[in-house]
Design a protein around this ligand. Structure first.
Ligand SMILES: Cc1cc2nc3c(=O)[nH]c(=O)nc-3n(C[C@H](O)[C@H](O)[C@H](O)COP(=O)(O)OP(=O)(O)OC[C@H]3O[C@@H](n4cnc5c(N)ncnc54)[C@H](O)[C@@H]3O)c2cc1C
Length: 286
């Protein structure tokens, strides 16, 4: 398994049930994938109402330990040959099947100077906020609107910039945003980010009345997610579909990305690979 998020974990549990010896390779140092980013209780998992993400991660860790499934941390998978999984540090692991559960990554904003911006998160900004901080959030979906609401609710001056005239976020999130005191600018788009003296950056925003410059301490880009695919692993998925399965958020349209779908995709992938392996054995003349 590549990826220790909900999909990879579920696939490993199912692989063990089907009599295989799964090992999970995870590039980060933690279990849970996006579960490590949750700030609110999870309300939509059947049987586990209001569970907090750290508790769910602890339960998943215990379940893996009880099943003797090992998780190798700090191991970034880069390619799969059909016989071996190759890691970024040059390590190779003998394996004839791979389940690839890499999750998603934030889409990049196209604007001059944006490459120089340090990546940060809402939680990091909240934890280190200084009195004169001002944050620019870019985007109009759930993630952008939730981030802007949380920051503004914490009394951090927050500007939300969205390129359309209407937000895409669900209506309850939009109501929260309106109550939060965040300054919403739309339709507007970020056209350049320039360094200034000191810690701030100067952002040029094109709005209906022209270009405006805004000095901010942080820029949070939340303009959607895309599958976090490593090219050679993605190629293996198309070249050897009977040996490789892509699962979880990376395989789903945006509207279906969720914990229950990630868990279910692990089960479906393992069962399909087991069926393929069985038919390989019955058709192999040796
Ligand atoms: C803030 C937030 C709140 C959410 N709230 C909910 C909710 O309430 N309910 C709900 O159902 N869903 C929620 N979700 C969505 C849910 O978390 C995802 O649908 C789910 O985590 C997807 O699981 P996954 O295993 O596909 O991907 P991920 O959780 O993203 O895990 C992928 C893992 O793969 C690893 N990886 C990637 N590439 C490699 C590689 N080459 N080698 C090794 N490791 C690699 C990554 O480091 C990561 O750990 C939320 C998401 C966020 C961010």
């Amino acid at each position: 398994m590549v990826g220790a998020g909900p999909a990879g974990i579920s696939a490993a549990i199912w692989a063990k049930r089907m009599g295989w010896e799964p090992v999970i390779f995870e590039r980060s140092r933690c279990l849970g994938g996006q579960l490590t980013d949750f700030s609110l209780p999870i309300v939509d998992l059947p049987g586990l109402p209001e569970i907090l993400a750290p508790e769910l991660v602890d339960r998943l860790r215990k379940q893996l330990q009880d099943l003797n499934i090992s998780v190798e941390y700090g191991c970034q998978a880069v390619s799969f040959t059909g016989q071996r999984l190759v890691l970024a540090d040059g390590g190779e692991i003998a394996s004839s099947r791979m389940i690839y559960a890499p999750g998603v990554r934030g889409r990049k904003l196209e604007a001059e100077g944006i490459e120089g911006l340090a990546d940060t998160s809402t939680s990091q900004i909240l934890a280190s906020a200084q009195p004169r901080d001002r944050v620019l959030v870019v985007g109009g979906g759930d993630r952008a609107v939730e981030a802007a609401s949380r920051l503004a609710e914490a009394n951090i001056p927050t500007v939300l910039v969205h390129w359309r005239s209407v937000l895409r976020a669900r209506s309850s999130f939009q109501k929260r945003l309106m109550m939060s005191g965040a300054d919403v600018r739309m339709p507007s788009r970020v056209c350049a980010v320039r360094p200034t003296e000191g810690e701030r950056v100067r952002v040029e925003i094109q709005g209906p009345l022209g270009v405006e410059s805004l000095d901010v301490s942080h820029v949070l880009v939340r303009i959607g997610m895309e599958p976090d695919l490593t090219p050679d692993l993605a190629q293996a998925f198309t070249q050897m579909p009977h040996r490789v399965r892509l699962i979880g958020d990376a395989a789903e349209p945006t509207c279906d990305r969720s914990l229950v779908v990630a868990f279910a995709s692990g089960m479906r992938a393992v069962k399909a690979l087991v069926l393929d392996a069985d038919s390989d054995m019955t058709t192999d003349p040796k």
